[in-house]
Design a protein around this ligand. Structure first.
Ligand code: BJW
Length: 257
């Protein structure tokens, strides 16, 4: 199927949908120039495997290496801008009564694009917390230490993200699961669908009777189960989808697509 042709049946379902849930992964930010997790890394960090850096064990072993990797990623994201895929989801939020945007990304690009209801399942690259006590920390004394130390207990500071083996924030997971149960349409966009518990969400939605739509240039373990598979980049498919569903609506020409 031509991925740019959005199935008519999906267009019809979206026009009348009142509750939609969207799960995004690193692929939605790929067209902003933010590297995905499991595709080949480039430059300085090409010889490191991200899966091996995003763990508490890696941080215990070499806190400086892990802190510097996150500092490098912060810089990449600061230089990036949201892309047409992020903006199309902002438009979707404006058009549908309830849209829950659940992201595994820590880059903050959905909020920068203007999405309001964003659940960040894996934390945020720009927040910091104490490694020992899990306490959020906003300011710390200037020093040459890398990583810097917690001003309250003296332990190392770390990024406020969820590493392998760590629990997701219970409140975020609850909201995400509830959105998957109640959604009429569930989108899985730009994620390899490998990392749990996020990877369960589309299956929860399917079990509850939702239409499940995957947008990804590559197949994933979820692909055989979905109702609609749109094989292509999110930054191309999502604006086309929005245009086909609401293109004749008043004000669409003002959207940043
Ligand atoms: C495009 C595109 C374009 C490219 N347009 N698309 C059940 C079974 C088995 C294991 C487990 C299980 N439950 C829990 C586990 C263990 C573990 C897990 O899932 N392991 C699996 C790898 C097997 N999960 C956990 O440990 C989680 N914690 C937990 O469950 O706690 C309870 C518990 C503890 C201990 C034991 C058991 C239970 C925590 C998971 C935290 C994940 N953290 C990371 C790092 C966050 C911080 C950071 O960013 O540094 O989150 S890992 C990494 O993977 C990151 C991502 O959010 C996440 C998902 O990756 P994503 O987004 O899918 O990216 P990619 O790169 O994989 O895929 C990109 C996709 O985009 C590709 O498909 C491309 O084709 C596509 N694409 N261009 C559209 N233009």
């Amino acid at each position: 199927m031509n991925p740019l042709l959005i199935p008519t049946d999906l267009v019809t379902r979206l026009r009348t949908a009142r509750r939609v849930a969207v799960l995004t992964g690193a692929g939605i930010s790929a067209e902003s120039g933010v590297p995905t997790f499991r595709e080949a890394q480039t430059g300085l960090w090409a010889r490191y495997n991200p899966e091996e850096l995003a763990t508490p064990e890696a941080f215990r072993r070499n806190p400086r290496l892990v802190w510097e990797w996150y500092a490098w990623r912060q810089e990449r994201v600061r230089q990036a801008e949201p892309n047409a895929g992020h903006y199309a989801l902002v438009e979707m939020e404006r058009r549908i009564a309830e849209v829950a945007l659940i992201t595994q990304n820590v880059d903050g690009l959905h909020r920068r694009a203007g999405s309001q209801q964003v659940v960040e399942l894996h934390g945020n690259l720009f927040r910091v917390k104490c490694f020992a006590e899990d306490r959020p920390v906003e300011n710390w004394p200037e020093s040459a230490n890398i990583p810097p130390r917690c001003p309250h207990c003296g332990s190392l500071l770390r990024p406020d993200v969820v590493w392998f083996g760590e629990s997701l924030a219970a409140s975020a997971l609850r909201v995400a699961e509830q959105a998957a149960v109640t959604a009429e349409i569930f989108f899985s966009i730009g994620t390899s669908a490998l990392v749990y518990p996020a990877a369960n969400l589309p299956f929860t939605a399917l079990a509850a009777g939702a239409t499940v739509v995957e947008i990804n240039p590559q197949p994933t373990p979820l692909s055989p189960q979905v109702t609609f598979s749109l094989n292509g980049p999110a930054g191309v498919i999502l604006p086309r989808l929005v245009e086909q569903v609401w293109g004749d609506a008043v004000g669409i020409s003002e959207c940043r697509l």
